[in-house]
Design a protein around this ligand. Sequence first.
Ligand code: GLN
Length: 451
Amino acid sequence: MESLREVVGRITEAERGDQALNAFLSLADDFEAPMSPAGSLQGVPVAIKDNIATHGLPTTCGSRALEGYYSPFEATVVRRLRAAGASIVGKTNLDEFGMGSSTENSAFGATLNPHDRGRVPGGSSGGSAAAVAAGYVTMALGSDTGGSVRQPAALCGVVGVKPTYGRVSRYGLVAFASSLDQIGTFGRTVLDAARLLEVVSGYDPRDATSVARPTPPFAEAVADGVEGLVVGVPEEYLPESLDPAVRERVDAALEGLRRAGADIRSVSLPHTDLAIPCYYVLAPAEASSNLARFDGVRYGVRETGSDVQEMYEATRSRTLGHEVKRRIMLGTYVLSAGYYDEYYGAAQRARELIRADFRQLFSSGVDVLFTPTTPTPAFALGARTADPVEMYHSDVFTVTANLAGIPALSVPIGRVDGLPVGGQVLAPWWEEARMIAVAGTVERALQGAAR
Ligand code: GLN
């Protein structure tokens, strides 16, 4: 097995050349042996999204506001990784504070898609997805507030898992939208993503939203069958406008599940069209409140001003990027007196309808749902930067799982025009093992076709 020093050397070499992906914002320079030589991830190279606090490496969130910032504490997930013997290779690029779907909103330059360097890797965890897809690391951590693990996983042709809200501790994850944020895992295979999930899952008294539930053996679940499982295919996720080539890959995956004994049924989630407007009210509202802490006093970079007000203004206006400012303004507006009920209240009610749609299906005999992860394969760099609403629609199929709090994952289902596309499995709250079994079956059924 490669040593950490060798892994870092190999990545440094690759990222120096003209094929550089800009996947990493920092790389390990301390090559001490891992804490637990007997752990389940002993010596496995793992990359960490740069909004997760890590000892010995900066935590920048892809923002000038946190350039060079070192957290005084370490995220629970990173401590768990070290305890399992993993090698922490470095911190990966992301859209600033996780706000974006292409990694183009990083203050430190976009990450490129390893399958086509003229295209985006997806986002916001684009650096983690690209690092796994390029073979830089075996596994990576990301965060998923509206699709930021699953969408880049789909666009880079790797597996990405967003667990149930409360399954994985967020202690040390820089908050974006706290009612939606979850840390998730990436791997080249369902097994690797499941192994990593198994290590990072579990109750943490330091995260008030962490839930005390035992961690099932996720890695073992990969080999479980799907005989007799009812797989619902929500019609709202296969609109007329969907690229027929994407649809064809989804049908191939469903055929694989059918052959493995699953019962495929068309179902409906009638409030799906509320998801994007609902998410883009709630997420900015929570972000506007969470990001108030980046004021030049408590963390990171401080600009000068003649009084404290000027200092705040100078710091926030010079260090935060366009998309982050747009979200802060939008969020402040929807929470303001007079508009609160019209926007924030309405979005909360829409969220309840979306959650109820899932509850209804899962309590009427549907075991899991299967959808495309994204409507299209990776888009060209710059193609969606001029129109934020078009960028927001990259998440149409992924935001619902965050709004409902259910687990969801993306698994490669083949290629369209030579570019990877992903299928999404959604499961009831706490049923990650079932979701992993379904994804493992799809992976086995499609084998070579999906890579
Ligand atoms: N693309 C979505 C957004 O911009 C989701 C981001 C995420 O999951 N962090 O908010």
